[in-house]
Design a protein around this ligand. Structure first.
Ligand code: TXA
Ligand code: MG
Length: 349
């Protein structure tokens, strides 16, 4: 275990010297956890193999799961990848922002960072603390989500402290992440079409709206067949897996209540839309309720999902019931994360 320094950043100008300090740690091969608009990242110099190895150790992450490299301006991608025309169209529309693009890597990115793949994932975050850190470091920053492998991605500094205290040199506390789910990941194919590997705030509709043909990878909305090779190595791992059994319910609040009454045993939690809370409360005694946000407010749900899962995990519930999201818009990102948390346990009511 090492000493971890926590740096609180409220005002980017006032904190310039603290960010410089963190950037020096990155340059020297250390680990810095930092906020982004999606989730917190655990960063190291993406061009330094031994620094990158430390990320895998700190998280307990399998070595064959490649990392995203973070850059401070979209144009910097040219130094690290062969950027096709499609990249510039994506960058123009959505960068800096919550999108990651997979392209063919140049040799400067070591095999450790991209887990031996020919490609590398590139993201230019919008969060000013993240961008300033990358700019000051002067190197691309490799960063997976700053959680221990297998727990939900961290959306606040508290989550990072819970998982990473003693495992990295610095944690930059920049408050709560605005969106709360990880970035959209697209791969640019040789013919200029896109494959959506992970849905996020930038939606399928956003990508088609700027003229792309987009194929949605099978794993995004369903189970991978055993013989199917995961396009994104991370997809084959069970992510966001709480210790409780999570069950997604597809039906009205009334039907959900009936089902939970008949089916539930042990210590129960229910994640419910705000407008259904009072019905659940009066019908189900002895269950713990979590407010998921209004039914139509997918951004509120995205913002709260991982925090609820982390809090619920500590309570050692036997079963957590949650609503099955729709798959359109930002709903696709929620659906993708929730079917994984539930290990595909869905009950149609
Ligand atoms: O929002 C985010 O993307 C956050 C913040 C910190 O930027 N990062 C993040 O990283 O979620 P991570 O490592 O938790 O998830 C990255 C995913 C993994 O599933 C990984 O397998 C996949 O991206 N990936 C990385 N490089 C890839 C590549 N070259 N080809 C296919 N998939 C790749
Ligand atoms: Mg992750």
């Amino acid at each position: 275990m090492m000493d971890t320094r926590i740096i609180r950043v409220d005002d980017i100008k006032a904190s310039a010297s603290d960010i410089k300090y963190a950037a020096e740690i990155v340059k020297a091969g250390g680990l810095v956890a930092f906020p982004t608009e999606t989730v917190y990242g655990l960063g190291a110099d993406a061009t330094n193999p031994s620094a990158v190895k430390r990320i895998f150790e700190a998280k307990g992450r399998p070595q064959d799961n490649p990392l995203i490299i973070h850059i401070s301006t979209p144009k910097e991608a040219e130094k690290y990848t062969y950027t096709p025309e499609a990249y510039y169209r994506i960058a123009e529309a959505f960068m800096p922002g919550p999108i990651t693009v997979i392209m063919r890597s140049r040799d400067v990115i070591p095999h450790e960072t991209r887990a031996g793949l020919e490609t590398v994932a590139v993201r230019c975050p919008e969060n000013p603390v993240a961008r300033e850190l990358i700019r000051e470091a002067g190197v691309p920053i490799a960063a997976p989500s700053a959680n221990l492998s297998g727990s939900p991605s961290p959306t606040s500094a508290k989550h990072v402290i819970d998982d990473m205290m003693g495992r990295c040199e610095v944690i930059i506390d920049g408050g709560e992440c605005e969106f709360g789910l990880e970035s959209t990941i697209v791969k640019i194919e040789d013919d200029g079409t896109l494959t959506l590997l992970r849905p996020g705030k930038i939606t399928l509709g956003d990508l088609t709206a700027i003229g792309f043909d987009v194929a949605v990878a099978d794993a995004v909305l369903g189970k991978l067949a055993d013989d199917q090779v995961a396009l994104s190595p991370g997809m084959k791992y069970r992510h966001y897996a709480p210790k409780a059994s999570v069950i997604l319910l597809d039906g009205s609040a009334k039907k959900c209540i009936e089902y939970i009454k008949s089916a539930a045993e042990g210590k129960i939690a229910v994640i419910a839309y705000s407008e259904d809370l009072s019905d659940f409360e009066s019908a189900l005694s002895h269950v713990t309720l979590y407010d998921f946000g209004a039914r139509c407010d997918e951004l509120a749900q995205a913002h709260s999902l991982f925090n609820i899962l982390r809090i619920a995990d500590k309570e050692k519930f036997d079963t957590i019931f949650a609503p099955l999201p729709a798959t359109d818009g930002v709903g696709m990102a929620l659906y993708n994360r929730m079917i994984r948390a539930a290990a595909h346990k869905i009950v149609r009511l």
